[in-house]
Design a protein around this ligand. Structure first.
Ligand code: ZN
Length: 72
């Protein structure tokens, strides 16, 4: 887990406007007050499940490592 790569916040309407296309699939289910995570390396907001997926691919510097699947 690389939780230190993310800052947990409660989503506000302003934050929800800034959720990026990384999260477009789950964006519809995000609501104000939900937990949202700021990716400090890529400067973007993602939801909890996207954070989990991203952190699986992150190295110690919070960088997304290329993998065979190329999901990100
Ligand atoms: Zn998401």
């Amino acid at each position: 887990m690389n939780d230190r790569c993310f800052v947990e916040q409660a989503a506000t309407s302003d934050i929800l406007l800034r959720v990026t296309n990384v999260c477009s699939v789950c964006y519809a289910s995000l609501k104000e007050g939900a937990k949202i995570y700021y990716d400090m390396h890529s400067y973007r907001y993602v939801c909890e499940s996207c954070k989990e997926k991203l952190s699986e691919h992150m190295n110690e510097e919070c960088e997304i490592e290329k993998n065979e699947a190329g999901l990100f």
